[in-house]
Write a protein that binds this ligand. Structure first.
Ligand code: AP5
Ligand code: ZN
Length: 214
């Protein structure tokens, strides 16, 4: 399967991706996770992306398109993939179409994680992540077994630099102005399914699985 997860910050894309990835043996390509890894290791890509990410603005289309084009060639992505957080502009969606055409494939489904802006601040400010795996927790909704510690590796959890109320406002503005048109782009292609993302995590998982089995 070749899937796209679209939704605002905190809508649950990163939470649902591992479940779907394991069920269908897909690779999980999160441009956010890849960019954060590049920033942490100070690669040329990371140096270019850092400022926009910290302000909650989008990184340039060319940079993210390049990362995805390269990542799709990985052997583990040949059975299919979940694109989490990409495409986020209509230009990125058009570039993705070209990339897939070159490979003789196309997108099977686009899941739109629909949710009201008002619930996102609590989700974002309570999130803690394990940076090397991308696993995320929430102090209230998905607490780790030991506070501040990853359940699997025992390593410390951190908060993302952009996970505060102020930067969230810029991220939401970017979503509404630049990413919402991408939802319409896929609605026209009739590959879009809406997911009610404000439900509890397990209920969202059932909805996602149902959408993918049909
Ligand atoms: P990115 O990392 O993609 O951030 P985002 O889109 O803002 O999305 P989030 O990761 O915040 O949300 P999520 O939906 O994954 O939420 P999660 O499941 O973790 O991008 C970061 C930055 O990188 C961008 O701002 C931009 O600068 C740059 N970038 C990335 N891609 C780009 C692109 N294509 N083009 C240009 N720039 C790009 O859930 C959040 C919290 O809520 C967690 O704590 C979780 O435990 C909890 N939670 C999840 N589901 C539920 C539920 N159902 N009920 C209660 N709590 C829940
Ligand atoms: Zn995410």
């Amino acid at each position: 399967k070749r899937l796209i997860f679209i939704g605002p910050p905190g809508s649950g894309k990163g939470t649902q991706s591992p479940v779907v990835k394991d069920e269908y043996c897909l690779c999980h390509l999160s441009t956010g996770d890849m960019l954060r890894a590049a920033v942490a290791s100070k690669t040329p890509l990371g140096v270019k992306a850092k400022e926009a990410m910290e302000k909650g603005e989008l990184v340039s289309d060319d940079l993210v398109v390049g990362i995805i084009d390269e990542a799709m060639n990985k052997p583990k992505c040949q059975k299919g993939f979940i694109l989490d957080g990409f495409p986020r502009t209509v230009t990125q969606a058009e570039k993705l179409d070209e990339m897939l055409k070159r490979r003789g494939t196309e997108i099977d489904k686009v899941l739109n994680f629909a949710i009201d802006d008002s619930v996102l601040e609590e989700r974002i400010t309570g999130r803690w992540i394990h940076p090397s795996s991308g696993r995320s927790y929430h102090t209230k909704f998905a607490p780790p077994k030991t506070p501040g510690v990853d359940d699997i590796t025992g390593e410390p959890l951190i908060q993302r630099k952009d996970d505060n109320a102020e930067v969230l406002r810029s991220r939401l503005a970017a979503f509404h102005s630049q990413t919402e048109p991408v939802i319409n782009y896929y609605a026209k292609k009739a590959v879009l399914t809406n997911i009610q993302a404000e439900k509890a995590p397990q209920e969202v998982t059932s909805e996602v699985k149902k959408a993918l089995s049909s």
